[in-house]
Write a protein that binds this ligand. Structure first.
Ligand SMILES: C[S@@+](CC[C@H](N)C(=O)[O-])C[C@H]1O[C@@H](n2cnc3c(N)ncnc32)[C@H](O)[C@@H]1O
Length: 261
């Protein structure tokens, strides 16, 4: 892929060492995904941002450097000490806080964050109808939750609709992947956010090419890269969704809590 094109579409992400980004991305190139997402997300100096499922925390480093925000970089599987080392090496230890925690049991105060950003991780926990009601409590009223992830072009309602190239792996790796419209409806029906953006990434083709190229270079076997290479009609794509927190309070049908009343 031409460097000029990449620099034109991703001027911020292109300034970072490609080898460092490749080594520290756990799926697609995390900075391309994130720069695409932040084109529609206002991040102002001093804001508090939660980077959820941050992996190796380079998305948190990017947001601290590019937008001068303070970021809590949370992942349940990547040791906080390893992320702290990367954060220190990048000179960001005053603005990025590494934390090992489960996205379903977060140790934060309600209405603490101006923004919650989730890059390539939301499908691990966010398909549960009750996850948005859970996570929304940590957003200030008017704060944004912004997700970038993998999507399908058409919703798969039954197994006979699975494209041939995905049939072998679908029930293991793909059954939780949905369309942009599926995500929009999941969020809108709660009334907890106003969906401001829900669309395939305009830059999806570049993200796809970069991913396939990175894996070809490394010569590693990767089911996702294999599927992308076989996906001639681009059934698999990438999307972003951004919701603005409304004033509505969340009801989680928590039996223990309601039985105390
Ligand atoms: C595909 S990786 C993406 C990481 C990073 N955002 C990136 O793009 O390189 C998904 C990440 O989500 C994290 N994750 C999955 N389930 C989680 C949970 N319940 N709580 C916190 N993190 C979780 C994983 O540990 C992993 O680091």
């Amino acid at each position: 892929m031409s460097q000029n094109k990449l620099q034109h579409v991703f001027p911020k992400a292109s300034r970072y060492d490609p080898e460092w980004v490749r080594r520290n991305s756990m799926g697609e190139n995390v900075l391309l995904n994130l720069e695409s997402l932040t084109k529609n997300l206002e991040l102002k100096p001093g804001m508090r941002v939660l980077d959820l499922g941050c992996g190796k925390a380079i998305s948190a480093i990017f947001m601290a450097k590019e937008f001068d925000v303070t970021v809590w970089a949370v992942d349940e599987a990547i040791p906080a000490s390893d992320n702290y080392q990367r954060i220190q090496d990048a000179g960001c230890s005053d603005r990025v806080v590494p934390l090992e925690a489960d996205a379903r049991a977060l140790p934060f105060a309600e209405e603490y964050f101006d923004a919650i950003v989730v890059v390539d991780s939301y499908t691990y926990f966010g398909t549960d109808d009750k996850y948005l009601p859970y996570i929304a409590r940590f957003l200030k009223p008017g704060g944004r939750i912004a997700v970038v992830d993998v999507c399908f072009s058409n919703e798969i309602e039954s197994l006979d609709q699975v494209p041939e190239f995905l049939q072998k792996d679908y029930q293991n790796y793909w059954y939780f992947i949905h369309t942009v419209n599926w995500w929009r409806k999941l969020w809108e029906k709660t009334g907890l956010v106003q969906v401001e953006v829900a669309e395939k990434l305009a830059e999806a083709e570049l993200v796809r090419q970069q991913y396939v190229q990175d894996f070809e270079q490394q010569g590693e076997k990767d089911p996702f890269a294999k599927a992308l290479a076989q996906d001639k009609e681009h059934f698999i794509s990438f999307f972003r969704i951004i919701g603005r927190r409304t004033g509505k309070s969340a009801y989680l049908q928590d039996y223990k809590e309601s039985s105390k009343k």
